[in-house]
Design a protein around this ligand. Sequence first.
Ligand code: HXC
Ligand code: NAP
Length: 286
Amino acid sequence: MSDEPIISDYKYIFQKDIFRGKVAFVTGGGTGIGFTITEILMRHGCDTIIASRKLDVLKNAAEKLSKATGQRCMPIQMDVRKPEAINRAIDEALGHFEKIDILINNAAGNFLCPAEQLSFNAFKTVMEIDAHGTFNVSKAVFDKYMKNNGGVVINITATLSIRGKFLQTHAGSAKAAIEAMTKHLAVEWGPNGVRMMCVAPGPIADTEGMRRLGGNRITDEFVKAIPFQRLGKREDIANAILYIASPAGELLTGTTVIADGGAWLTDSNNFWAVKNSPVYKQLSKM
Ligand code: HXC
Ligand code: NAP
């Protein structure tokens, strides 16, 4: 069984059946934030497809999610960098569910690395997973379903590029590209009834992203510097998705909802200080 935590005491804000009869495709839905987004959509009556590279992880997650929510969850192996595999996955999903109303582009890759140590291939890899991957899956879902039926595409980005966060040139550039792409596609696909949105989480507790970006160095001081004085929870992001994907978000398109308790406004971003500190060597190896 998957190690991902199921929410034990979810408090409904929206009607429980708000997504009854809907189908959502979530990339990277077998772990982390994507797992909890999938869970909360399913708790509201949605059937889901979760897609990423590790089929065993997906199968275990799908079993756990279906058991907890009573909804259907289909695991599909797919690398978001490989258009043929994506086309096959969308065909399989549509063959089974006949529709994809909601696409969540959540798959991503990241690590801490100063730009001067980043290899050409390291930068390219993150761009390909995050930015190309988001375009690849969005285009395949549009061509095969949303072009004629409309839908909602929500891309998970980050606040990294707003101020140019250190050690994150690769991920920040990729997420900024996704936010630009979201606006372009909102313009072109709006007439087809497709809404294009981004959600940018801040630091979210109990995730691979946080573990990679300094989970073991989170201090009280760091948390207190966030205006809301707490880290985000996976549920915070999933609830933002609920709002955007629901009829309450009907006029939203081409923009980003930042869900971070104000963290990006106050986050320390002094590379010079970090570069001259003893933790720098450790940081740049993560
Ligand atoms: C520097 C690194 C590196 C590291 C890999 N590379 N890890 N460079 N520091 N820590 C380099 C490799 O040396 C190689 O370049 C190139 O990147 C490709 O590496 P591969 O391992 O061959 O790539 P691949 O198998 O495709 O794996 C992709 C990955 C991996 C991104 C490197 O970590 C992965 O699969 N991650 C998925 C899970 C994940 O990252 N989750 C966190 C998302 S959180 P060379 O030149 O040697 O060939 C997130 C948070 C955003 O996005 C914001 C938070 C606030
Ligand atoms: P995570 O659990 O590592 O999620 C990333 C998912 O992407 C994994 O399920 C992984 O599955 C999948 N994936 C990676 N490369 C892929 C590929 N090439 N093809 C298909 N799937 C791929 O990390 P997370 O922290 O929950 O992050 C989820 C999202 O939130 C990401 O977009 C991230 O950038 C964003 N975010 C996170 C935070 C945070 O604090 N955690 C903050 C801001 C933004 P496989 O390994 O099976 O492929």
